[in-house]
Design a protein around this ligand. Structure first.
Ligand SMILES: *Cc1c(COP(=O)(O)O)cnc(C)c1O
Length: 383
């Protein structure tokens, strides 16, 4: 049985005719940058997320960088963000000469722990940057309350959670990425809404920020060749926009399939001593970009399971093996091993299983049957 971590090919085959036609239409139109396809996709995304301003850009990392550029920050200003994330979240902070200030995550949800934020706030803090990790909406209500109290920007990294709905305690519901001042996402091919190349987008409810984000993406110019600001070149191309327009119509179904697959994993992997399945609510707040287990025995056992799964043709991934505060490129901020014990422990325990919209129950039974066998063999070896 062939099992892929992400199956972009089967997903393509379902909409092949439409996609092929859309790509050809763009090629024949001769309009490759901006133009009607890109504007159309931005409008569709705006309606889908119920957020007025959507600015497509070149990738999810640019989206984060441009968002921070729009906030009028000064070098040395501080951005509070989890250390347990993908490097892009933090990289842009450093590139802009801002200072990342790390906080812990909740080891059940893998998301920023709001109770750790206030102690990290200083005179220089300007932004809280939560990440909706693995597809699960972060605790936005608490985060927004802290931001309001301290007058801070909130920037949501929604690269992994497009289409997730966050539920407030009063029952209100908002799409992840549209709650803070600015939200960003990525259309990297393996993301829940994946292009066939790079892509990203930035969201805001604020008209002034929305305009400025667009200007920054366009070399700082509102009017062509008049550069009132310093910007960057960050564009979504028309071929990607045309593909994304088609795939956006299926995003709810893609996300539902992922959620259904997560339930099957929960069922097939329940009751294994020493293996924790994800903690989540079945209310649309988790769209399962990843299905991530915790192997409580730690790194050696986790890594061996991964190797043994691979021998049996089952891919798995470690997102992420090292927290950012311990990465070589980030030593200048003075953090050391032991500063974030919960996040450090997670990096030793996490193992993500194949997860995509086309996963079948049969494939999952094969994956989980093999997982149980491998895990039991390792346990008897250890004991
Ligand atoms: C994928 C990802 C990004 C970056 O997106 P790119 O399009 O690859 O630049 C940023 N943050 C997180 C959490 C991601 O998963």
């Amino acid at each position: 049985m062939e099992i892929r971590m992400v199956d972009t090919i089967s997903q393509y085959q379902q909409v092949q005719e439409q996609i092929d036609q859309a790509v050809l239409d763009v090629v024949r139109s001769g309009i490759f940058i901006n133009g009607p396809k890109v504007r159309g996709f931005a409008a569709e995304m705006s309606e889908f997320l119920d957020v007025p301003h959507v600015i497509p850009c070149a990738n999810g990392t640019d989206a984060l960088q441009v968002a921070l550029m729009a906030m009028g920050l000064e070098p040395g200003d501080e951005v509070i963000t989890p250390t347990f994330t993908y490097v892009a979240t933090v990289e842009v902070i450093s590139l802009l000469q801002l200072r990342p200030v790390f906080v812990e995550v909740n080891p059940d949800t893998f998301n920023m722990d709001p109770s750790s934020i206030e102690e990290a706030i200083t005179e220089k803090t300007k932004v809280i940057l939560p990440v909706h990790l693995y597809g699960q909406a972060a605790e936005m209500e608490a985060i927004m309350a802290i931001a309001k109290k301290h007058n801070l920007f909130v920037l949501e990294d929604t690269a992994q959670a497009i289409g997730a709905k966050y539920k407030f305690s009063d029952g209100r519901e908002m799409s992840a990425g549209t709650i803070g001042d600015i939200g960003t996402t990525s259309f990297y091919p393996s993301k829940n809404l994946g292009a066939y190349g790079d892509g990203g987008a930035i969201f805001s409810r604020n008209a002034e920020l929305g305009d400025y984000l667009q200007v920054i993406c366009n070399h700082g110019a509102k009017k062509k060749y008049y550069h009132d600001n310093i910007g960057v070149n960050s564009r979504l191309d028309a071929i990607q926009a045309a593909i994304l327009s088609i795939k956006l119509k299926h995003l709810n179904r893609y996300n539902s399939s992922r959620i259904a697959a997560a339930k099957v994993y929960d069922e097939l992997l329940s009751g294994i001593q020493g293996v924790k399945t994800p903690v989540w609510e079945d209310d649309g707040s988790h769209v399962f970009h990843q299905y991530t287990l915790k192997i409580e025995a730690g790194r050696a056992v986790r890594d061996e399971i991964k190797d043994k799964l691979k021998e049996r043709g089952i891919p798995s991934m470690i997102y992420y093996p090292i927290p950012i505060h311990m990465q070589g490129g980030y030593t200048k901020y003075g953090y050391k091993e032991g500063d974030f014990p919960l996040s450090e422990k997670l990096t030793e325990q996490v193992l993500s299983l194949p997860m995509h919209s086309e996963l079948t129950r049969e494939q999952q039974e094969f994956i989980c049957g093999n997982f149980r066998e491998i895990f039991n063999e390792l346990l008897t070896k250890i004991n």
